[in-house]
Write a protein that binds this ligand. Sequence first.
Ligand code: 5GP
Length: 191
Amino acid sequence: MKAMEEKILTCGQVLPGNVLKVGNFLNQQLDVDFLTEVGKEIARLYDGVGVTKIITIEASGIAIAVMAAQAMHVPCVIVKKHSSANQSKDLYTAEIASFTHGNTYTAAVAKEYINSNDNILIVDDFLACGNAIIGMKKIIDDAGAKLAGCAIAIEKCFQNGGNSLRASGIRVESLAMIKSMSENFVEFVKP
Ligand code: 5GP
């Protein structure tokens, strides 16, 4: 998606540790008009494959997941990183190593929100090493549901998570694919 690449070039900032800051439009501040188009593009990519539900992980995947869910007219389920008092005890869980925080956390979702007849699309803001997606896939597998594929706003291809997911047969669609990046420089994979 050319508009995603342009947004990264105009608003993104490369931080130490291979982190791309996109707080200006995707994380802390949301460019809602732009994200509406992102949602429509995800819906276009996965049109006709019978997606019944979108799943994402809190917090920064929520915005595009909601936009995609609106465009596809399906519910959006949010996997929680933190337990809360009003959360069900009947959970699907996965241990996930966090790329940005350097720790491991238990992601959880109440069993009532995923059914074995669901065909689920995973949506997230970034794909780096693939741990968040592998964790969400475990939850989908544990529920006996089907994984339709993944839709990612920004894939950092040099971190190889996307390649190993594709090699294992999972459909991964990334709206911007970064080949390399350094301070003041971002290079995209050529189509
Ligand atoms: P992975 O699990 O694929 O290694 O990392 C994906 C998760 O880490 C995403 O859910 C995202 O929140 C976070 N993440 C990974 N790389 C970046 C990055 O460069 N910038 C930001 N803002 N988040 C990232």
